[in-house]
Design a protein around this ligand. Sequence first.
Ligand SMILES: [Zn+2]
Ligand SMILES: [Zn+2]
Length: 367
Amino acid sequence: MRKVRAAVLTATNRPFEIQEFELTNPPEGMAKIRLIASGICGTDVHIYKGKIPVNMPAIIGHEFIGEVEALSASDSKQYGIQAGDRVIVDIACPCGHCRLCRAGDDANCVHMGVTNGGDPAIAPHLYGGYAEYNYSPVKNLIKIPSELNPVMVDVFACAGPTVLHAFQLAEKAGCKLREISTAVIQGLGPVGMFALLYLKAMGVPNVIAVTGSRKEERDQYARQLGAAAVLSMADDGQEGILAVIERYNDGLAADLVFESSGNPRAVPQGLGMLRNRGVYLIPGQYSNSGAVEIEPQKITFNALHLIGSSQYAVEDVKAYLQFLQNNPQLYAAIDRLHTDYSVPQINEAFQAVQAGKNIKTLLVPER
Ligand SMILES: [Zn+2]
Ligand SMILES: [Zn+2]
């Protein structure tokens, strides 16, 4: 029986262990999938640090893209997935019958489960993304259209649907993107980068990126993706940033601020960058990073609109793929944003993520 490698998290804040697992035939309902690319996400760093608890040992990772190698004939027929298909694994398992699921809010199901929480000691072992193979329920696979390069797709496999879901909630709440003239993105990780290119693709005239401190290479990418200005709290300060926003927005503060830094301090700062009746969209505070002081009066007096968003659903993954298909002019720019490591290089890759080194860090097959 052939063996493949996976990175196993055995305890928080400890290096991943590279372990070998036997490949088996997938059980009924699951597919066996060979790694093409698997992203390391900010959420994984929170898991690693114990800020989001998981059962250990675990193979974490939720941005797996691969080629289907095996599944049963009946699963293939039922879900329209075949061996040879390239797929994104969506790890979310909404219950399908709670009040939120029934209302179409399955991304926020109150009984949400995940596919990657299985015990690696129990066959088929490889439930999570940090591995050379993955076994996932066939119903959680979304086929990638053949014209899309699957490695390029993986760059925003999680950030893309996260952003699209947030904007979908904003739309539901009456926020119309076509009426936005000036938007601010806080934070330039993958979520912020995708929000930037999405807003530009949707025709928002002025998108200003704000970070904690300047980073030349990353800031340059943001300008290439269409940012009107890339500012930092360290160099420009709240007042300086507000002045730039007002210059772009006919003397008004921002129409929309999108929080994707994950830093709690960004929230009072972001609230202070909005015009009256402005929209604050907050998908960037995924794990609890502590409390900050805000002035509720600002929300009242400026009549602000605050919208939170966390996970995404299968429909958002499909919308992400559709967005890519509609925007081939973005492929080259997106494909420049990833830095690749093999599964055995996981600890090196993870350190790079924690140091904020790469825009997007991917695990790919060893060459
Ligand atoms: Zn993610
Ligand atoms: Zn539910």
